[in-house]
Design a protein around this ligand. Structure first.
Ligand SMILES: Nc1ncnc2c1ncn2[C@@H]1O[C@H](COP(=O)(O)OP(=O)(O)OP(=O)(O)O)[C@@H](O)[C@H]1O
Ligand SMILES: [Mg+2]
Length: 328
């Protein structure tokens, strides 16, 4: 069995847009590479507009890339026509931010969870219902018989997100993209939904690309974290390493601004100004206009993502050397 379930190589997605009456090219994803092992959770973090959702939609082939390779279990699906993709689709699923929009308001949630099994011809309704009841139990919507017949409107936001997760896992996919799955869920429910995802990963061995703008959430759930800045991954490392020793000034700024992760002698790397415009990216390093450490080279040359410490990749000409110091 292949160790890596998803391998993304040099992935691009450019959109043609019209801005102030002019045609422009918007570089939403601008050369992204990463790997996911079976059962591994990779957190993808970055500000709004950095291209996280676009990456998620590309790897689940809800969008076609401009170029690049997407190897799913060794098969390149980047250019694959829909007809050939269909049998593979049940092996990768996407969970969206808004659980309400992902459910048909007129379909009882039990049926919605069972449906993929029937649609993919893997079970009849009776068997599918039995499996859906088991899953309702597993995701904590109990008594399952009662929840089976409820409409989405009869569930709380957190319960709806559990139902959406149940529907995504009923086909026992190898890979799930979870796009901000807790951002619309009540704060009190978030931890239990993250626990549920971790439990499912453990029981089913599902690999996950976990998209969030919240570094504290990413740290809670991910084995590794990749930080994205306008279309590019600027840093990637095991979660604990990334949080304790962020080397990119952008990652430093993101981490030291998270109140729940406290640091002694926290040295701030304030981010100046707004996120770069993906229709007119700056020369050199795309972060340089906001970077307090930028020098001449940063204005001229784009840094490549390279290994700076074992397993720790960073795209910066002058990565920060010293780790952050914890409070205790
Ligand atoms: N279909 C599209 N057509 C044109 N531009 C698009 C399209 N989809 C996304 N974009 C642009 O691509 C860039 C990246 O968007 P994306 O939704 O991937 O960001 P994100 O990191 O998920 O942001 P957020 O945290 O707000 O969800 C943005 O500038 C966005 O406006
Ligand atoms: Mg998004």
């Amino acid at each position: 069995m292949r160790r890596e379930i998803v391998v993304v190589e040099d992935l691009y997605k450019y959109f043609n847009v019209v801005k102030a009456g002019k045609r422009r090219v918007l570089k939403a994803v601008d050369g992204v590479s990463f790997k996911l092992r079976r059962g591994e959770i990779l957190g993808l973090v970055g500000e709004s507009g950095s291209g996280k959702t676009t990456v998620g939609r590309l790897v689940t082939r809800l969008l076609k890339p401009t170029r690049g390779r997407i190897l799913f279990d060794g098969i390149d699906i980047a250019e694959m026509p829909e007809k050939r993709l269909r049998p593979l689709r049940r092996r990768f699923q996407m969970v969206f931010q808004d659980p309400y929009a992902s459910l048909n308001p007129r379909m009882p949630i039990g049926k919605a969870i069972a449906e993929p099994l029937v649609v993919h011809g893997l079970a009849g309704w009776e068997e599918a219902k039995r499996r859906a009841l088991e899953l309702l139990e597993k995701v904590g919507l109990t008594p399952a018989e009662d929840f089976y017949n409820r409409l989405p409107s009869q569930l709380s936001g957190g319960q709806r997100q559990r139902a959406v997760i149940a529907r995504a896992v009923i086909l026992e996919p190898d890979f799930i993209v979870a796009d901000e799955p807790v951002s619309m869920v009540d704060v009190s429910m978030r931890a239990s939904i993250l626990d549920l995802l971790v439990k499912l990963r453990r029981e089913l061995g599902t690999a996950m690309l976990f998209i969030t703008h919240d570094l504290a959430v990413a740290k809670m759930i991910s084995d590794r974290i990749a930080v994205m800045y306008v279309g590019k991954i600027v840093e990637e490392a095991p979660s604990d390493e990334l949080v304790a020793h962020p080397m990119h000034p952008y990652t430093r700024a993101l981490i030291t601004s998270v109140p729940s992760i406290a640091w002694r002698n926290r040295r701030r790397f304030p981010i100046k100004g707004d996120i770069a415009d993906p229709t007119s990216l700056p020369m050199g390093c795309r972060y340089h206009p906001r970077c307090p450490l930028a020098r001449d080279k940063c204005r001229r040359e784009e840094p490549a993502l390279a290994e700076a410490r074992p397993g720790h990749l960073v795209a910066c000409h002058y990565p920060v050397g010293e780790p952050l110091k914890p409070l205790r």
